[in-house]
Design a protein around this ligand. Sequence first.
Ligand SMILES: [Fe+2]
Length: 233
Amino acid sequence: MRKKLLAVSLSFLLLFTSCITSFSLDMKSASKFTAKPLPYSYDALEPYICKEIMILHHDKHYQTYVDNLNKTLENYPKYKSYSVEKLLKSLDCLPKEISTSVRNNGGGVYNHEFFFNIMTPDKTEVSGKLKNAIERDFNSYDNFIDEFKKSALGVFGFGWAWLVSDCNGKLFIITTANQDSPISYIYTPIIGIDVWEHAYYLQYKNKRADYIDNWINVINWNKALENYTSSLK
Ligand SMILES: [Fe+2]
């Protein structure tokens, strides 16, 4: 009888833990969104991206998206507990009057956090399953880089270029306008470059191609591999 009771208790505990885990992945406390600090110093990406750009990009542009997302959700307590990922995956289900603002400002928050984390001052190289998948889907790493640069250069106006994975681990290069995010289209972003002018104009003026060429040097391929590996689960 005691054994049976113990088994029932353990099953209940497992069920409870799994519910808490899945809840915590999609939800946050109903507090405001806050800007996350850069994972390196403002000048760490020099000479490829200068300190002034990083200060402006992180402290002004990213911060504004965070502030605007909080303002948007001010009178919608239900959605304050959602993570930014959950908000962006639920755009069609949000009240009409806030869905465009969440798309723009939630996208701005998610994309910038992703972007700051996919850059590093450390020299890294593509490796493991991601290297194999790039060679499988783009013939070679060099060919992938060429295709990625072309796509990033071809974004009209404000937007992003991404390497993404679908649910089968197949890789694609996509571009998104404004602050639209791949996660709203059920893709997992692996790397992504911000080609809004605020990301490069201070240093590169109108030469977006030079910015893209230099940006390739700061890709965090270790983080990219983590992103790809998690997309396969
Ligand atoms: Fe940006």
